[in-house]
Design a protein around this ligand. Sequence first.
Ligand SMILES: [Zn+2]
Length: 457
Amino acid sequence: MTSGSPASLCRAAAVIVVAGFALAQTQPARGEEEKKGFFSKMFGGGKTEEKPAEKPAEPKEEPKAESKPKSTSNSKSKSTASKSKTEPAKTTTTPKKAEPKPAVVEKKTETPKTTPKVETKPTPAPQPKAVATMTANVKKEVKPSATNPWHIIDVGGRDYVTLESIRNFYNPLFGFTGFRQQGNHIWLMSNKLVIKAQIGSQDLLMNNMKFILSFPIISHGNNTLISRLDLVKLVDPILNPSHIQGAEYFDTVVVDAGHGGHDAGARGVYGYEKDFALKMAQHLRTALMARGFKVVLTRSTDTFISLGGRVSIANAIPNSIFISLHLNSGGSTASGIETWALTPQNAAATISRGGGYNVNGVTGNKQDSANIALASAVQARVLSTVKVVDRGIKRAQWSVLTGIKKPGILFEGGFVTNSKECLLIASESYQKTVAAAIADAVMNYRKALEPAMVNRR
Ligand SMILES: [Zn+2]
C-alpha cells in the first residue's frame, strides 16, 4: 500500500479538493455543451437513423506473411508494454517501426460490405510527417459514382478519402449545413455534429472531442484528404456506431486496476498509481453493479498480476468487455485524461512506446471499431462530468489490450505527478464521480451498439 506520509497528506488536503471539485462541476468545461450533444447523439440514444449507411471499405493492406507473433501468455512479455510510461507526447511524432511485441494476431474479420474497389499494395514504411502536403505520386484515383460514394485517392501508396465524400456519405445522418476552409483549418458542420480538421495534423475534433488520427490530414489539389484507415477504423465507428460489426452483447465488465503488489506504477505526489487505480476500480464495480452489470475485478487487493494474467482473466469471462484503469505520470504540469484503444492493424500508434507503427499487422482485432466506440463513450462521458483536460482518444499496443479477445480500453484518469491533479485523484469524490461516468458510458456504449450486437438479448 501507499506509504503513510503521502496518504496522510492526501487526507489533509481532501477537503480543499472536494470543495474545488464541486465548484468545477458547476462550471462546465469549455465545450461541454458540444460534448454532451456528442455524447447523447452518438452514444446516448443509440437510435437507428433512417438511412443505414454502408460501411466504407477497409484499406486493402494485408499483414506481411513474415510477421510472426510471439506468445502472449508468458508473463515476461510484460516488460515491453507494462504501462510504466512517462508522459506520452501530446501528438504523434514520427512513429517508429513496430517494436517486437508480444501479441496475438487476429485475422481481420471486420470486413465491410460495400466496397469501393481499390487495390493497393501494402503500405511501405510510415511517413506521416512527410506526406503532409504531398501532392505528387498519385497512383490511383477512384471518383464517386452512382454505386460508390467514395472519392478515393492513393497518395504515396496509402488510400485517402476526400472530406467531401465523407460529407456526402454521412449527410443523410447529419444534414451538414457547412463546409468551410480557412487556411489549413477545415470545418464540416451540421447542427448535430461539427468536425474540425487541420491539414498536416493528426488531431481530429468531433463535437469538440479530440481524436488522434493514425495519419495526418493532407491536402491534394482542391481536396482535403483523410486516410481511409482512419475513416474505417475511427470516423465511421463514431458516426455510425449502430453499424459496428462483430460486437457481441455483454452483461459483464472486467475491471482491471493497473499495477499492484511490487509494481506500484507511477509514483505520485500523494500516493501510488496502483492504490488509486484499485480505489477507482472498486468504485467502478459499485457503479456498474448499480446499473445492472456483473463485474469481475482482475485484482481486488494490492497484489501483482502479470499483464498476461489479466488478459487470461478477461478472456475467460463470457459476454464481457474490458476496462483497464491507470493513472498517468509525466512532468509536474502535465494534466488531463486520455483513453487508449488498441492500434488497428496497419495504423500508426499515438506513441511509439507501447507499440509503434503497426505495419506488420501485429495487432488490430475484430473489435477495432467497438474498441474506439467504447473509448469515445468513456472519454466523452468523463469529460462532460468533470472539469479536466481532454488529452484525446489514442492508440497503442499496450500488452493488456493486445491479447484481449473482446472490446477493451485503457483509461488514464489523470496525472499523479501533477500535485493539483493528484489531490483530485486522491479524493473519493473524484474517484466516485469518474467511476459513475465510466459506468454511464458503458451503458451508453451498449445502447449505441445494441442494434448491431450479435446475440443481443
Ligand atoms: Zn499504469
